[in-house]
Design a protein around this ligand. Structure first.
Ligand SMILES: [Cu+2]
Length: 209
């Protein structure tokens, strides 16, 4: 054997380290990803939570615990709603402006978007909230990346009051693909949509003549 296990583990953060959403808090690892994706996938993400998706399918394939449908590696990197502490679930209303912060540890120029994904159908809901068709994350180090690519606002769209009423049914996903590196990054925020007026119990407002 050429490498000790310790040496291999030490290499992982250097080989695979790139980005995730830090504000609002994004999904962490926990017992549910171990149950659905297997311990190898969980370990890979835990050792470097900014790592890319490619490589995870190979780790998962060797793991008897891997359940492709439940793990869903290409949505949120397999990170599971059940592992996200309840306090991390955001409650938003249509039209609300939400500040997003990305920790972009190592750039790889490519394309990116921020979208709402229906977790049951695995499909993007409506228009993407943010799109960089090209030129996302240029340069060699964190400070080379334009600030507006890592700190920006999105506006919560109208019409999700039913589809995204329950936390876990929808996620806000940041997705980035480094073209030359051929690496995909995904990070997800859990949220639910509250109907307008519900919070203050102001039904009178609705019937105002
Ligand atoms: Cu890379």
């Amino acid at each position: 054997m050429l490498f000790t296990t310790a040496a291999l583990v030490a290499l992982i953060p250097l080989a695979a380290s790139h980005g995730l959403i830090t504000t609002p808090p994004s999904r962490p690892t926990g017992p549910a990803i171990i149950a659905n994706c297997g311990a190898k996938v969980e370990q890979d993400i835990r050792l470097d939570n900014t790592s890319h998706v490619e490589g995870l399918p190979e780790l998962a394939a060797k793991d008897s615990a891997y359940n492709a449908a439940k793990c869903n590696l290409w949505l949120c990197k397999g990170l599971q709603f059940a592992d996200n502490p309840t306090a991390n679930t955001q409650t938003w209303q249509a039209g609300q402006v939400v500040p997003i912060k990305i920790w972009l540890r190592i750039p790889h120029e490519g394309s990116a978007n921020v979208s709402i994904v229906d977790t049951k159908s695995n499909k993007i809901v409506g228009d993407m909230l943010k799109v960089w068709a090209k030129g996302y994350a240029p340069g060699k180090k964190e400070s080379d990346v334009p600030l507006d690519q890592t700190q920006f606002n999105v506006t919560v769209p109208e019409g999700l009051e039913d589809k995204c009423a329950t936390a876990g049914d929808c996620v806000l996903q940041w997705w980035w693909y480094g073209t030359a590196a051929k690496q995909t990054y995904e990070s997800c925020v859990d949220f639910k949509i509250a109907k307008k007026g519900m919070a203050e119990g102001s039904t009178a407002r609705v019937f105002k003549a």
